[in-house]
Design a protein around this ligand. Structure first.
Ligand code: 5GP
Length: 208
């Protein structure tokens, strides 16, 4: 049976080091209808990051131009840099029926909730602040001052988890992935997303 035609917009937030990347990698490996929005940022690429893959790495000037021209769906400043979601690909994918993931921090999440109230928001919660710090340090790509800033940002972000539709506890990867998949599945079966289906079933019954 046909379900909702427009794709679903999933906002996924977690503090930096919260393991979003690993969960997303697994989700994408298992769901070919899912698309990841590639954000733009003014922060410098980390070793191994490629322009157009993890982010579009652009200057502050270019970023501000994109905001002014209405090219960003949302944007925020995080630890001294701009981050934002380019609007065009997200709209195109949703129209094509693809589900789109925005992997963004909480200020961006708040903007998306206002703009698209039918989006689904998930906050990925690390098991503890100690685990979060270990993951951030283990990454080995940031200086101590940056790790401290990111931990500070995490302490401010975690209380915002209460603004999200769902909390997923990111302790075991398989459980976290299964939880997000279950959320997507259940959200697609919501009545509000399936009104047309009911009408279609009734129309078919009348023409038979
Ligand atoms: P990182 O520098 O570790 O890649 O990302 C820092 C934070 O920015 C993370 O919480 C990440 O989710 C968030 N972020 C990445 N892209 C965007 C975006 O397009 N918009 C917003 N608001 N946050 C983003």
């Amino acid at each position: 049976m046909k379900t909702a035609e427009k794709g679903l917009l999933l906002v996924l937030s977690a503090p930096s080091g919260g393991g979003k990347g690993t969960v997303l990698k697994e989700l994408f490996a298992q769901d070919e209808n899912l698309r990841l929005s590639v954000s733009a940022t003014t922060r410098a690429p980390r070793p191994g990051e490629v322009h157009g893959e993890q982010y579009y790495f652009i200057s502050r000037e270019e970023f501000e131009k994109m905001i002014e021209s209405g090219g960003m769906l949302e944007h925020a400043q995080y630890v001294g840099n701009y981050y934002g979601t380019p609007k065009a690909p997200v709209e195109k994918w949703l129209d094509e029926g693809r589900d789109v993931v925005l992997e963004i921090e909480v200020q961006g999440g708040q903007q998306i909730k206002k703009l698209c109230p039918d989006c689904v928001s998930v906050f990925l919660l690390p098991p503890s602040m100690e685990v979060l710090e270990k993951r951030l340090r283990g990454r080995g790509t940031e200086e101590d001052a940056v790790v401290q800033k990111r931990l500070g940002a995490a302490r401010e972000e975690i209380p915002h988890a209460q603004e999200y539709d769902y909390i997923v506890y990111n302790d075991r990867l398989e459980d976290a992935v299964a939880d997000v998949q279950a959320i997507l599945r259940a959200e697609k079966r919501k009545y509000s997303r399936n009104r047309d289906c009911i009408e279609r079933v009734l129309e078919n019954a009348e023409t038979q």
